[in-house]
Design a protein around this ligand. Sequence first.
Ligand SMILES: [Zn+2]
Length: 69
Amino acid sequence: MGKLQPIQRACCVCHRVQQGEGWVRPAMVPEHTTLITHTYCPECFHRALARLHPPATPPRPAALVLACG
Ligand SMILES: [Zn+2]
């Protein structure tokens, strides 16, 4: 078996790749990197989470009427 290839993590939303502690544009990926796994970068992760769990909004007046009727 050959030497294991490093696995590069790439954001599935903004397509930046993880480099050490930060996330950079794909043009800065070292050339020897061939394996890529997709994930969320911290910013896109928080955006996706906010979409899945939006802040609670009060019910609309029409919904209240239906619920009481
Ligand atoms: Zn991202």
